[in-house]
Design a protein around this ligand. Structure first.
Ligand code: SF4
Length: 237
């Protein structure tokens, strides 16, 4: 269980609300402690593959890629047409294949080896900017690599997190997904990024669905801006 460290984070009402949401969701979905369970290169390639597709297609493409090219050096040096063929299940293969190859070539050029470990020691914003400078890497991909494989405090915002945090009123209704990264990073103490990310995605998948949120079973009703607005409209039509 995370111990609250509000004294180091200048508590605001909105931060208090986010931490209350975390407490409630943790009770429903269980505890998630910060884990780095992938190597950074796999995470980068996996996240590029996952753009605009589902987990199943991404996993199939990643497995096919690794089966055909067992090392990252082999992926980097493969003819781009073969890469495109290997990752076809992920969709958009003609864009994703060259991006993966270009990223691996650039890493080799700049680092002298196929490794992203140097990003562990850079100041966070430099590490983020470096990742963002790769073709096909946006704020979500950069934050995923930083958080899940490098243990750096970044908050990735996917479609579920963008939708649910806007409905809850944690970020403004008009905030873009790109802006939401910074807004949520400023809102939460870094130790909460990992569990909050997992909890909100799970909540978005299981209860706060895009088309038909199941508010009647949601433990966040009285904290939810969208729900309160709807209730007010129904009481005072
Ligand atoms: S009350 Fe409804 S809209 Fe609000 S978080 Fe829960 S499911 Fe989503």
């Amino acid at each position: 269980m995370l111990k609250r460290t509000m004294n180091t984070h200048h508590p605001t009402q909105l931060t208090e609300k986010a931490l209350e949401i975390h407490d409630r969701l943790q009770q429903v979905y269980g505890e998630h402690s910060w884990r780095q369970d992938t190597d950074p290169l796999s995470e980068l390639v996996n996240t590029i593959l996952s753009q605009n597709t589902n987990d199943l297609n991404r996993d199939q493409a990643f497995a096919q890629l690794r089966e055909k090219f067992p090392t990252w050096e082999a992926v980097r040096d493969a003819p781009v047409a073969d890469l495109i063929e290997a990752i076809r299940p992920a969709g958009l293969a003609p864009s994703k294949g060259p991006r993966i190859k270009a990223a691996l070539e650039r890493i080799t050029e700049e680092v002298g080896a196929l490794s992203l470990d140097f990003l562990r020691d850079l100041p966070l914003e430099e590490a983020r900017s470096w990742l963002l400078s790769l073709d096909g890497v946006g704020p979500k991909t950069a934050a995923i690599v930083l958080l899940f494989s490098l243990g750096r405090p970044a908050f990735p915002v996917d479609t579920h997190i963008h939708r649910v945090t806007r409905r809850l009123g944690l970020i403004p209704a008009g905030a873009s997904r790109e802006k939401a990264h910074k807004l949520l990073e400023d809102l939460l103490p870094p130790a909460y990024y990992y569990p909050f990310h997992i909890e909100i995605i799970t909540h978005g998948r299981q209860i706060c669905a895009a088309r038909a949120p199941r508010c009647e079973v949601c433990p966040l009703r009285e904290l939810c801006h969208a729900y309160q607005q709807r209730s007010n409209r129904e009481t005072n039509p």
